[in-house]
Design a protein around this ligand. Structure first.
Ligand SMILES: NC(=O)c1ccc[n+]([C@@H]2O[C@H](COP(=O)([O-])OP(=O)(O)OC[C@H]3O[C@@H](n4cnc5c(N)ncnc54)[C@H](O)[C@@H]3O)[C@@H](O)[C@H]2O)c1
Length: 354
């Protein structure tokens, strides 16, 4: 007897949607059942490309389909709260792209809807699902680093403002901090054991604009790329303090006069350290000697396709079993407190108590 598949709908069919579509294609228990984009041509093209039978331009109509079990939300950040809540109330499970939403208030409303409906909601903190990240998490959980008291993360794009809605604060909620900072802050915070953030101090800068005039370098763009829109910061930095005394230092940019793009995610404990990016390496001490240890794994750093596949297969499995996802709504809410606190700190020029 064949097992009933989980029927999936994707809302938002722009740049990131292919990684969702390809992820679900590989999950045996899932079936790509419906897709929706307010841009009809885009929706029809994707439906044809992936052989998906039901096409919508209005997500509410899609959610009214009783056959649908779960949705991926890959739309602009300003719609994440509204669509997540509508989907949960329509009885669907939700995988919502990062950031969970734009504000703490929106995050609280989503959390309330998750608790009321009892449906699964997984936040798309995709870096948690990378094989190297899960490996490091196992090491940390087994005490290999001892107490992790400091973390440091950078995600520097010298040229990489995706334009369009990403650069419109009303639709995005902010610039590189909320868009790419969210990934590296979350990864550090998750590895640190999700300590309670107590205060943040941050700076944002708008000095260079999006540098759309630069030639000969390509970068990630919104499906409706428009360089004439740009109201977000070029770069941000922040220090986050946690209740257990640990701290996290971060800097991120869409544009910066940096020599090259840079990603680093580093954690330091009293027994050892680890660099997840740019290249997986543990650091420790044995017999009065410092050792840099290189785990032998398929990838030295993030494998995006594999991480999306793991994220999506975990989501389908949680939908089917009712288990709590490893990136639940509560973590999305804590992240919004940190991100919004950093923006508030930068605007006021003071440290913010959370
Ligand atoms: N996890 C990651 O690494 C990662 C990477 C890139 C983007 N993202 C996130 O994915 C989301 C989408 O990003 P993108 O780069 O694909 O953007 P995009 O602009 O390329 O695509 C967004 C799509 O959503 C559609 N859309 C917007 N509002 C809609 C609505 N109300 N109903 C139906 N369709 C709607 C647009 O028409 C567009 O086709 C964002 O939240 C972004 O932060 C995550």
């Amino acid at each position: 007897m064949s097992v009933k598949k989980t029927k999936i709908g994707i809302i938002g069919l722009g740049s990131i949607s292919d990684l969702h579509l390809q992820g679900y294609q590989k999950v045996e228990e899932a079936e790509l059942y419906a897709i929706c984009d307010m841009n009809q041509t885009r929706a029809e093209n994707k439906a044809q490309q992936y052989g998906i039978p039901h096409v919508y331009t209005d997500y509410k109509e899609m959610l009214a389909n009783p056959e649908l079990d779960a949705v991926s939300i890959c739309t602009w950040n300003n719609t994440h709260a509204e669509i997540s809540i509508a989907a949960l109330r329509a009885g669907k499970h939700v995988l919502v792209e990062k950031p969970l939403c734009r504000t703490v208030e929106e995050a609280l409303l989503i959390q309330e809807a998750v608790r009321e409906t009892g449906k699964t909601l997984q936040v798309g903190f995709v870096r948690r699902y990378d094989a190297n990240a899960q490996l490091v998490k196992r090491f940390i959980n087994n005490g290999e680093l001892g107490e992790v008291y400091y973390a440091k993360a950078s995600c520097i794009r010298r040229l990489g403002n995706p334009g369009g809605w990403f650069a419109d604060p009303e639709r995005s909620g902010g610039g590189p901090l909320i868009d790419i900072g969210v990934h590296v802050i979350d990864l550090c915070w998750y590895m640190m054991g999700r300590p309670k953030p107590v205060s943040v101090s941050g700076n944002t800068y708008k000095k260079l604009g999006n540098r759309a005039h630069i030639r000969n370098l390509s970068f990630y763009k919104a499906a409706d790329y428009d360089p004439t829109v740009n109201g977000v910061e070029d770069m941000a930095n922040a220090l986050i303090r946690f209740e257990n005394g640990a701290s996290l230092l971060v800097d991120v940019s869409f544009t910066l006069h940096a020599k090259k793009d840079e990603i680093s995610v580093k954690l330091y404990g009293d027994k050892g350290g680890v660099e997840l990016e740019p290249e997986l390496t543990f650091v420790t001490e044995k017999h009065d000697t410092i050792l840099n240890i290189t785990p032998q794994t398929d990838n030295k750093s993030l494998n995006v396709h594999e991480a999306f596949y793991h994220e999506i297969s975990h989501f389908v499995s949680c939908c089917r079993s009712g288990a709590e996802p490893i990136s639940p709504v509560e973590d999305g809410l804590e992240m919004m407190k940190m991100l919004c606190g950093i923006y508030e700190s930068a605007a006021k020029g003071i440290e913010i108590q959370l």
